[in-house]
Design a protein around this ligand. Structure first.
Ligand code: NDP
Ligand code: BG6
Length: 514
């Protein structure tokens, strides 16, 4: 694929190649890329986007000529933007080497334009400033919409009319949420497409930029041992687990309008599921991969109400410290029944996966932070060693493959193994690939990978509109039923393992959560 390696320098040729199908550069002096972070004063911009841009610059992955612009309504000078950005930059990659200098160089390439999100005049002013920095080079422009979704269309309309590149490419990275259901998502897509071509829209799901999620295809398609087992013939169930050990932490206002199913399951976990379950793509080309993802999503059954359990965390006192409940968040409306936890059983009605439960579990304010894919294999038929297996439950002694997406990235396979000694006793051991031991260098943040891809025009890790439609089709009916019937979430204490209902749901399908 065309993505530059993280350690390689980003050459102008890469940038020009990435124009694929768009206009080739003619001007002298090569190309330049300007990255405008719309909503620059916000949480995501400060926490993730500016630090990721710096990390790319530090690693020599940004093109030689680039500029970073912040755009938001807040009034700020260039200097104030730089001060704001510098507070969150760290030299995490290599603490020894010229980090301070590089930071200074990076900050000198950051500029700010204040404006309303629907103001063509103010985007025209941004255009004027961008042109100054572009200095006659082929201007490529990337807009990162790090703003609430209700203003996406305003920005796209104004920016596409008055701040599009002439001669280079113009791309927009759009952050989730992409609507609340099939209807609103379709409406958003139609509105964006009034101003942009699909190739210009990069819908981000940052889980696709996580190292272990990207590795899923490598594991499946470049090792002989896994792919032949990857079907209903050998796999009993697949579990996709997301848990956080903190609550909505001031994002309750946003969260209450969406809930955990929309916040995590319909996008992050479903994307992992699609990569896990898709057929072998024709090639690594973005369209080939996305075609396969769409196929598998379209083979999925709509989620049923009886296959969902919802929960909400309540306040809890532990070790003398009190932890607030979701409903205690002042930004959450009184009496909210928005789920902060959900478990669901999903099915793919195709030849490969017929009858295999794909169980998802996602929750906030649980006892631990982790994201994992767990694959439980069937029992060994006529197992010769059934008497030697310590556990009385043979079901517990099946193989299990775990991909730990975070924290402490790892891939391990649980196997039955002879306990050394003169007797014949078996126990469960792990074949373990612990990333921190095997690959001690720090893993880049998902946003770094995704920004780099968007600059290079690599769409593989971004969501195509038909994928989005297929994803919403699975969840929209149940979301509507949960809301129409006002299904009360099961309350669980902050810091606990979540509602017990999740265990009953899994038990319906003979599954135990890993
Ligand atoms: P913020 O709420 O911090 O908003 C970003 C900026 O948008 C603000 O600084 C503000 O800038 C402007 N803004 C906020 N509310 C409004 C409004 N009602 N009308 C007009 N402008 C407004 O958002 P985040 O940075 O948290 O998130 C940005 C996007 O990324 C959202 O779509 C969010 O859902 C998504 N996201 C966020 C994550 C996170 O961890 N924060 C994680 C994943 C996705 P100003 O007032 O200066 O114009
Ligand atoms: C975001 C959700 O998409 O992902 C947040 O909106 C969640 O609620 C976050 O906390 C988790 O991302 P990560 O990368 O920290 O696991």
């Amino acid at each position: 694929n065309g993505r530059p390696q993280i350690s390689a320098s980003f050459s102008n040729e890469m940038l020009d190649e990435s124009l694929s199908g768009e206009r080739a550069p003619e001007q002298q002096g090569g190309s330049t890329v300007s990255i405008t972070v719309v909503g620059a004063s916000g949480d995501l911009a400060k926490k993730k986007i500016f630090p990721a841009l710096f990390a790319l610059f530090y690693e020599g992955c940004l093109p030689e000529h680039f500029a970073v612009f912040g755009y938001a309504r807040s009034k700020m000078s260039d200097e104030e933007l730089r001060t704001m950005i510098s507070r969150t930059l760290t030299c995490r990659i290599d603490k020894r080497e010229n980090c301070g200098d590089k930071m200074e160089h990076f900050l000198q390439r950051c500029f700010y334009q204040s404006g309303q999100y629907n103001s063509e005049e103010e985007f025209a002013e941004l255009d004027r400033k961008l042109k100054e920095k572009e200095a006659g080079r082929v201007p490529n422009r990337l807009f990162y919409l790090s703003i609430p979704p209700n203003i996406f269309v305003d920005v796209v309309r104004s920016a596409s009319r008055t701040a599009s590149s002439s001669g280079g490419w113009t791309r927009f990275i759009v952050e989730k949420p992409f609507g609340r259901d099939s209807e609103s998502s379709g409406e958003l897509t139609r509105s964006l497409k009034k101003h942009l071509a699909e190739e210009q829209i990069f819908r981000i799901d940052h889980y696709l930029g996580k190292e272990l999620v990207e590795n899923l295809s490598v594991l499946r398609f470049s090792n002989l041992v896994f792919e032949p087992l990857w079907s209903r013939n050998y796999i009993r169930n697949v579990q996709l687990i997301f848990s956080e050990d903190f609550g909505t932490d001031g994002r309750g206002g946003y969260f209450d309008n969406y809930g955990i199913i929309r916040d995590i399951m319909q996008n992050h976990l479903l994307q992992i599921l699609a990569l896990f379950a898709m057929e072998t793509p024709v090639s690594l080309d973005a369209e080939d991969i996305r075609n396969e993802k769409v196929k598998v999503l379209r083979s999925m059954r709509q989620l049923k109400l009886e296959d969902v359990v919802v929960g909400q965390y309540k306040g809890h006192v532990k070790g003398g410290k009190s932890y607030p409940g979701y409903a205690d968040d002042p930004t959450v409306p009184k009496g909210s029944i928005t789920p902060t936890f959900a478990a669901a059983a999903l099915f793919i009605d195709n030849a490969r996966w017929d009858g295999v439960p794909f169980l998802m579990k996602a929750g906030k304010a649980l006892h631990t932070r982790r994201a994992e894919i767990r694959v439980q294999f069937r029992s060994v038929p006529g197992n010769l060693y059934r008497r030697n297996i310590g556990s009385s439950d043979l079901d517990q002694a099946t193989n299990e493959l775990v991909l730990r997406v975070q924290p402490d990235e790892a891939i391990y396979l649980k196997i039955n193994n002879k306990v050394p000694g003169l007797g014949m006793r078996l126990d469960r051991s792990n074949l373990n690939l612990l990333y921190s031991e095997r690959y001690p260098r720090e893993i880049p943040d998902a946003y770094e990978r995704l920004l780099l891809d968007a600059i290079a025009g690599e769409r593989r890790l971004f969501i195509r509109s038909d994928e989005l439609d297929a994803a919403w089709a699975i969840f929209t009916p149940v979301l509507r039923q949960l809301e129409d019937k006002r299904v009360a979430p099961e309350l669980y204490p902050y810091g606990s393992r979540g509602p017990v209902g999740a265990h009953y749901l899994a038990a319906n399908y003979n599954v135990r959560w890993g």
